[in-house]
Design a binder for this molecule. Structure first.
Ligand code: NI
Length: 174
């Protein structure tokens, strides 16, 4: 496994739609392992492939708080089949939007179909934090970021600050 650099907003790749995968092989599993390591070391609880610059419909998630008992979830080509009318709010952050958090309301329950790490078709019913996390990550596959749910003023302010931070980093990394 190897850790990959995370793409930070603003970056045009984060606005692109990711492509579905046709087959699950060792090469793909290696990529999923790299994504998982990148997510754990960030640290974060979810990561989409586009966040390491790969436009494929791949997500890794681990919402378990216990470092000893990791419970990674790999989602390949996830497709939401149901979203509840009832909503839940969580303070969301994103590895591609470092340092910013906002309360976002999303359907509190979602059902989905996906392909797992071994290429098997699976379905899942998620609620609570897992439901929010899955929907946040699937948004990434469609070029959507959590700041898109904020007012234009708030969103523009965050993007402006991230742009400034990036410029500062460029100065340091010569
Ligand atoms: Ni994110």
């Amino acid at each position: 496994m190897s850790k990959k650099p995370i793409v930070v907003e603003p970056d045009p790749i984060l606005r692109k739609k990711s492509q579905s995968l046709e087959k699950v092989d060792d090469e793909l599993r290696k990529l999923l392992d790299d994504m998982l390591e990148t997510m754990y070391s960030a640290p974060g609880i979810g990561l989409a492939a586009v966040q390491i610059g790969i436009l494929k419909r791949l997500i890794v998630i681990d919402i378990s708080k216990d470092v000893e008992k990791k419970k990674p979830l790999f989602l390949i080509n996830p497709k939401i089949t149901f979203q509840s009318k009832k909503k839940s709010s969580y303070e969301e952050g994103c590895l591609s939007i470092p340092g910013y958090f906002a309360e976002i309301a999303r359907p509190s329950e979602c059902h989905l179909n996906y392909i797992d790490y071994y290429g098997k078709e699976k379905s899942l019913k998620a609620n609570g934090l897992l439901s929010t996390c899955i929907q946040h990550e699937i948004d990434h596959l469609n070029g959507i970021l959590f700041i898109d749910y904020l007012s234009k003023i708030k969103k523009d302010m965050i993007i402006k600050k991230l742009k400034k931070q990036k410029k500062e980093l460029d100065k340091i990394v010569l």
